[in-house]
Design a protein around this ligand. Structure first.
Ligand code: AFD
Ligand code: MN
Ligand code: MN
Length: 415
């Protein structure tokens, strides 16, 4: 038991925070309400475009991925969602997959089509110059809509690798119109209860231009499609220096923030553990979610935002990395709800710049570990899930039991 994870540590911290007039119970209630999806693709071997380093014990099948995801949920208490990627997670019995997930205390979260690993998609998928390739890509996405219905998912989460590598390679405007036309066909097939989340990425794998390159493009496309098309913000997909929390605030206020892919990023390749590189940005993102939740004009929309981890653990043990990611998210979330909102708004009204800034800093600099440990206790999970995982022997056991890599999907295209 760590010195911060026992109930005495929580009681002492809660007492200090209450003396500052902070609503500790609200922080805990919101922490218990937070729900995160872990990605099927984060449990299996994956890598960069240079190499897939196999990890001993990495999940090889959908069953093993579900088992690992269920363990992460048991340890942390806030990960009932399991995001799937098609065809990596294709099964013959989708209803059976839904039932198996439920048996493990999980539900299938977002369904992710794959429009980037077929030779036909060399020059794009929904934006491809050839109508038959666009048709093929469209049919795959429509199949994923049907799969989502069968597994009980209400979220189709679409990332396009489409783009070009050279000036002149294709007409940027023609590609825009092809994209709008094919996405209109997708949107027309969405059942009433389903949302289409449109993910953007500045570059990679395209090196000259990416058709869905930034939040503005994704937002414009979503607005043209209709109210159930929203933007998915992958926090690792921006130019260096981008103010991500500003994008989040704008999209929330427009009712167009569908969800997040959460990860960490220092330079370009994202997919590091969320909060490992820029925890202050993660905290600021969660403060924007909090203000939108506390605002009656935006609360219903803000409450539907999907939180999906989208990471590729190349050098670190898969399940421990996933648990650490969730711990980082819970800490940022708790800090955001610890901000003294009245004090902040007073300072803002008065133009007291440094008092306003200090109000945020004080919450950010609070050691919230005892408080999040209490959240996990109340959820019946492990107060210190990383320590519990490392003591469980799971990593050693699966390394023995899953000693050989399985055929089929081995993560992103690696060398
Ligand atoms: C890659 C892409 C994008 C996508 C993810 C899962 O950059 O983030 O959401 O794969 O398909 O990380
Ligand atoms: Mn992503
Ligand atoms: Mn990515």
């Amino acid at each position: 038991m760590s010195e911060w994870s026992d109930e005495e540590a929580f009681t002492a911290l809660a007492e200090r925070l209450r003396r500052r007039g902070l609503d500790v119970e609200r922080v805990i209630t919101e922490g218990c309400r937070l729900q995160i999806e872990t990605p099927s693709w984060g449990y299996g071997d994956s890598g960069t475009r240079f190499k897939v380093f196999s990890w001993p014990g990495a999940a090889r099948t959908i069953e093993e991925k579900l088992a690992d995801a269920a363990l992460v949920h048991r340890l942390t208490g806030v990960c009932p969602g399991f995001a799937i990627h098609i065809p990596w997670d294709r099964v013959s019995d989708w209803d059976g997959l839904r039932r198996r997930a439920e048996e493990l205390g999980l539900r299938i979260g977002s369904v992710n089509p794959n429009l980037f690993q077929d030779d036909d998609y060399r020059l794009g998928s929904l934006c491809h110059p050839a109508p038959d390739v666009r048709r093929k890509a469209l049919e795959h996405v429509v199949e994923c809509v049907a799969i989502a219905r069968e597994v009980g998912s209400t979220t189709l989460s679409l990332w396009l690798a489409d783009g070009t590598n050279y000036p002149g390679q294709d007409s940027i405007r023609d590609r825009k119109r092809r994209l709008e036309e094919t996405l209109r066909e997708v949107y027309a097939r969405l059942p009433e209860e389903m949302r289409l989340l449109i993910e953007y990425k500045l570059f990679e794998p395209a090196f000259y231009h990416t058709d869905l390159a930034d939040w503005g493009v994704a937002h414009a496309v979503a607005v043209k499609l209709g109210p159930r098309a929203q933007v998915l913000v992958d926090v690792g997909h921006h130019a260096l220096g981008t103010n991500v929390e500003h994008i989040v605030a704008f999209l929330l206020d427009e009712g167009r923030l569908g969800g997040f892919h959460l990860n960490g990023r220092k330079y370009a390749d994202d997919d590091l553990i969320v909060g490992s590189i820029n925890p202050f940005e993660l905290f600021l993102v969660f403060t924007e979610l909090r203000w939108a939740i506390e605002d009656p004009r935006t609360e219903p929309h803000a409450r539907r935002v999907a939180y999906v981890l989208d990471q590729s653990h190349n050098v670190e043990p898969k399940v421990e990395a996933m648990v650490q990611s969730v711990v980082n998210v819970q800490a940022a979330h708790a800090r955001a709800w610890l901000v003294d909102g009245d004090r902040l708004r007073r300072a803002q009204r008065e133009g007291d710049v440094l008092e306003a800034h200090r109000t945020l800093l004080e919450a950010y600099e609070t050691d919230v570990r005892p408080l999040v440990a209490e959240v996990r206790r109340r959820l019946g999970a492990e107060p210190d899930p990383v320590a519990a995982y490392r003591a469980s022997g799971h990593q050693q056991r699966v390394a023995r039991e899953r000693a050989t890599a399985a055929p089929g999907h081995r993560g992103y295209p690696g060398a």
